[in-house]
Design a protein around this ligand. Sequence first.
Ligand code: ADP
Ligand code: MG
Length: 380
Amino acid sequence: MRVDFNVPLEHGEIEDDARMRAALPTIELLRERGAVGVLCSHLGRPQGPDPGLSLAPVARRLGELLGSEVPLAPGVVGDEVSERVKKVEAGQLILLENTRFEAGETENDPKLGAALAALGDLYVNDAFAAAHRAHASTEGVAHHLHGYAGLLLEREVRELTAVRDAPEPPLVVLLGGAKVTDKIGAIDRFLDTADRLLVGGAMCFAFFSHQGIATGDSLVEEEGVELAGRVLERERGSSCGLELPVDLMLGRAFSADTERRELDGVEVPDGWMGLDIGPRTAAAYADAIAGAGTVFWNGPMGAFELEPFAAGTRAVAEAVATARGRTVVGGGDSVAALSRFGLANEVDWLSTGGGASLELMEGRKLPGVECLLEASEVPA
Ligand code: ADP
Ligand code: MG
C-alpha cells in the first residue's frame, strides 16, 4: 500500500502528522481484513539513501497512532526486505524505507515497480498527494498487480471532482500564494467554470505589474507577468469575474519585526513590499465567500507565517469556516494556515494534496489514479 507519509520534520521530529492520520482508516481496514500490510512512502527529496530522511520516526509515530509497534524494513526492496516481509503475520504491518532511497522511484524504473509488486498480492494507493507523479511506487507497481484506491484517495477524487464538474453555484475560487505559474492551469480552468475568482498573495503582483502598477519591492514572479496578462485578456470574454486586491498591508522586509503600514490602494512605493491583503480587500473577499454555493481555496492571502501579516489570510479563513456553501481547501500552506487558526475542522474537505489537487482541478489525469482499476473492473 502506497501512503503519503511525507510529513514535515524538524530535527528528526514530526511537526505535523495530519497526513499520517488521514491514511489510518485504510490501514485499519487492511488490518481488520487480516491482510499483511506492506506500507511504503517517500519522505523529502533524497538523492539516494540518506539516514536523515529515514522513515524511522514515521514508523515510530505510526506505532503510537495504532497502539501497536510497526517495524521498519531495512530498505525499499531486495532480499533482506523480502525475508523481513515474509515474517509479518496476518493483520500486522511493516513499513518499507523511503522509496526515494531508490533512484528508480522517480524514474519509474520498471525493475523497481516489479520488485515492489513482488512484495504483495494486491496494490492499494492511498497517497493522493503523490498521485500526480508517475513514480514506481505510485504507478509502475500497478502494471504488475491489481490496483485499488484507498479510502482517502477515493474521497479526495470524489470531493475535488465534484467541485470541478458539478459545483453548487455560485462557485467562488480563492487563489493566493507565491506564484502564478504554479496555478495557471487551474486559473485557466476556473475562468470557464467559476463565477468569481479572487486573487491574493504575492501572485497579485504579477497582475499589477502587467497593468503597469508600481509593485515596489514586492515579490513579483517575472514569468508570471505575461501569464497574468493572458489571464486578464481571457477574463474579459468569460463569465467569471476576476478580482484583485484594492488595498494592502506593506512591510519593509519579509520579517515579523519589520516596519509596517497600511496602503489604501495598490501602488506600492519604493522601499516597501506588499505582504498581505488589506482590510477592505479581506472584507470584500469574505463577503463573496459568504454568498457562495461552493468555495475552493488554494494559497494564502499573504505571508501568514509572519503574525503581523496574517490578518488577511485569517479573515478569509474565518469566512471559509463559516460559509454556508460547500467548502474545499487544498494546498500545503492554505491547510497549514487553517490549522494555525484552529479552523481545520470547520471546512467540508481539507485536501491532503497541493499539486495533485490543482492538477485534478485543471482536468489533468493523475497517473496514480489512472493506474487503478475502475469499479466495473474489480474482480469478484
Ligand atoms: P499553497 O501551499 O497553499 O499552495 P503556496 O505554496 O503557493 O501556497 O504559497 C505559500 C507561500 O506564499 C507562503 O510561504 C507565503 O509566505 C507566501 N506568500 C503569500 N503572499 C506573499 C506575499 N505577499 N509576499 C511574499 N510571500 C507571500
Ligand atoms: Mg506551498
